[in-house]
Unconditional design. Structure first.
Length: 194
């Protein structure tokens, strides 16, 4: 909705996303990603949860202590290069004032959104291994590998066109995409044999 209204702006390498087709392709790719949302029961009650979340949702993108100078050259600040070990890890960078503000605003979330990080049992990178280990420890089988119930002929729905019994080609869970692909359209042909 915001993209259609022209209220989203894209810069630099993402400027192509201003086009409707590029943005739609990005959304389509994002929908294919299996996102993990996990909320666990709070240990210390609502006050502890509020204190925990406020540390993340109200943290600024850069602390004042990292700012070194503001002059005609721009804004100079300290940053940490995590790819380097030792003394050379801490570096200085000077950006034009406009570029510094642009990068800072990237970290400001739109109204109503909050940034929360979670690294736990269901965290994206280790979810499958952790769930498999939890199933093993709890002696619980994987639902996908359990045999499905067989459907008797009397339970099968009748064909809405001819009234005959329909043949089950595939059973799949709600929301899942069937793996069977119809090769050609099927039509019922009535033949008058009178």
């Amino acid at each position: 909705a915001l993209h259609q209204a022209g209220r989203l702006s894209f810069f630099g390498n993402d400027a192509h996303l201003a086009g409707a087709q590029s943005f739609a392709a990005l959304l389509a790719a994002s929908r294919k990603t299996e996102w993990v949302v996990y909320a666990k029961r709070p240990f210390g009650g609502p006050q502890a949860v509020l204190a925990y979340l406020s540390r993340y949702t109200h943290r600024v993108a850069i602390a004042n202590s990292r700012l070194i100078a503001l002059d005609q050259q721009g804004v100079t600040f300290r940053w940490k290069d995590y790819r380097v070990d030792g003394r050379d890890r801490h570096k200085r960078m000077t950006l034009a004032t406009f570029e510094f503000i642009r990068r800072f605003l990237i970290h400001v979330l739109p109204k109503g959104l909050h940034r929360i990080r979670h690294y736990g049992l269901l965290a994206r990178g280790v979810c499958a291994d952790n769930v498999a280990r939890a199933r093993e420890l709890l002696a619980v089988s994987d639902r996908e590998n359990e045999p499905t119930e067989t459907v008797s002929d009397t339970d099968k729905p009748p064909c809405p066109y001819c009234g005959g019994r329909m043949i089950v080609i595939e059973v799949f869970e709600r929301g899942a995409t069937p793996s069977h692909q119809q090769t050609a359209p099927t039509r019922a042909i009535r033949i008058d044999t009178s």
